[in-house]
Ligand binder design. Structure first.
Ligand SMILES: Cc1cc2nc3c(=O)[nH]c(=O)nc-3n(C[C@H](O)[C@H](O)[C@H](O)COP(=O)(O)OP(=O)(O)OC[C@H]3O[C@@H](n4cnc5c(N)ncnc54)[C@H](O)[C@@H]3O)c2cc1C
Length: 401
């Protein structure tokens, strides 16, 4: 069996690793659009910006590993077309034949047209090269404006402050991360950043972006303009699903896959940020833009390609590190259904706590702040029923498992 993987990121690397680990000896070609072998992105907004990590440490495997494993890793190579009938992928002048094709093309940062049109020093953060360029800018006293108080915006704000930069964050919502975390936990993040000297402006609308001789001015409706040396636009990502759509695969906010990560074509699979997955436990479609899902999708899709019949049923998991706050989250609060109960164990304001979100009779999600023993008990409880013990913050989390 001949496997082609399009997208040289985390899901791709984990898929080929698992294929070889499971004893697959057929040809594997990985077509990656970047110049680096597959790497992990979480350090890009954390250790790499802080200077405590270097690019090599982010690689999933050193480049030699692909040779040793007889994986034909093609970097700086873009797949430009797929012929589903003939089972061929176009890469430059080549046509690569496949028996199984994995699309792991990830996601790309959303742009703000007014930022692009301004020709000001505007940056986005997705790739290793983006991170290395941003790191150069984050020096003592540099003024950084950030549009978007999501995970990337806040992690960069944290790294920038720790490097002595002056940081203003502009966010249209009344609290950062509110859609995912709800008001109670989102407030913790707002306080954290303000305590570290970030000028966090919430509920604001950007009215214009202007280039100046030495930087950029961001105009804010009804507020003071923000003068900065550089502007990071961190307003989310869009799934890189155009290649799949052009080929005629079913696409809707990502490539539609069933519970087994199979697309609408029986020979083609999708994994990671680009996959809009029919989750068998959550009972809904979900596209997860997180590290753990890319890894686990990659491994699972390899097993399915080799004939495995287990659906991908793992609950979403993600983490963040900002200043001295570490957080891990597991589960999913349906943004439409919301939640009707929240149980806090510990002290949110001291950033030493765990939180459970309840919806009807189910614990739908949980997180911890700086409580590193909590993730396994959280995993055991999330998805399960709401009991009296779950509702009682006096019952330790570990006793619920
Ligand atoms: C700065 C940053 C920090 C993050 N921090 C965290 C974190 O703390 N916790 C967490 O849970 N998650 C984090 N994430 C998210 C996590 O990194 C992603 O979910 C993960 O990288 C997704 O992996 P992927 O393989 O699906 O896609 P990607 O890693 O995006 O890889 C896709 C690759 O495919 C390539 N590609 C696309 N189209 C083509 C084509 N046509 N031909 C060839 N190649 C193509 C792209 O160039 C890219 O290299 C972070 C992401 C970023 C950007």
């Amino acid at each position: 069996m001949n496997v082609v993987v399009v997208g040289g990121g985390l899901a791709a690397a984990n898929a080929v690793t698992e294929l070889r680990a499971q004893g697959h000896s057929g040809d594997i070609v990985v077509v990656g659009g970047e110049s680096h072998p597959p790497y992990e992105r979480p350090p890009l907004s954390k250790g790499l910006l802080l200077g405590s990590a270097e690019p090599e440490s982010a690689l999933v495997h050193p480049r030699e590993w692909y040779d040793e494993q007889q994986v034909d890793l093609r970097t700086d190579a873009l797949a430009t077309g797929i012929d589903l009938d003939r089972r061929r992928v176009r890469v430059g002048a080549d046509e690569l034949p496949y028996d199984r094709l994995l699309l792991a093309t990830g996601a790309t940062p959303r742009h703000l047209p007014m930022a692009d049109a301004s020709h000001a020093p505007v940056v986005h953060l997705r790739t290793l090269d983006d991170a290395l360029a941003l790191r150069e800018r984050l020096t003592e006293g540099t003024r950084i404006a950030i549009i978007g108080a999501g995970w990337i915006g806040l992690e960069v704000a944290s790294a920038a402050r720790q490097r002595g930069a002056l940081v203003t964050v502009l966010e249209s919502a009344p609290l950062p991360l509110r859609r995912v975390l709800g008001d109670e936990v989102a407030t913790v993040f707002a306080d954290l950043h303000r305590r570290h000297g970030v000028d966090l402006r919430l509920g604001v609308q950007v009215a214009g972006i202007e280039r100046t001789d030495d930087g950029v001015v961001v105009h804010v409706e009804g507020g003071d303009p923000v003068v900065a040396d550089a502007l990071l636009v961190a307003v989310g990502v869009a799934p890189a699903d155009e290649l799949a759509a052009r080929a005629g695969l079913a696409v809707d906010n990502g490539i539609l896959v069933d519970a087994w990560l199979r697309t609408s074509d029986p020979h083609v699979f999708a994994a990671g940020d680009v996959a809009n997955h029919d989750h068998p436990v959550l009972g809904t479609r979900i596209r997860v833009e997180h590290w753990d899902t890319a890894i686990q999708h990659g491994r699972q899709v390899a097993r399915v390609m080799l004939g495995g019949d287990d659906a991908y049923a793992r609950l979403p998991y993600f983490f963040t590190d900002q200043y001295d706050l570490g957080m891990e989250y597991v589960g999913h609060v349906d943004p439409h259904a919301g939640y009707d109960g929240l149980v806090v164990r510990g002290d949110l304001s001291a950033r030493q706590a765990s939180v459970l979100w309840l919806s009807g009779e189910r614990v739908v999600a949980g997180l911890h702040l700086n409580d590193w023993d909590a993730i396994e008990p959280l995993r055991a409880v999330v998805g399960g029923p709401v009991t009296d013990a779950v509702r009682d913050p006096a019952v330790p989390l570990a006793d619920l498992a």
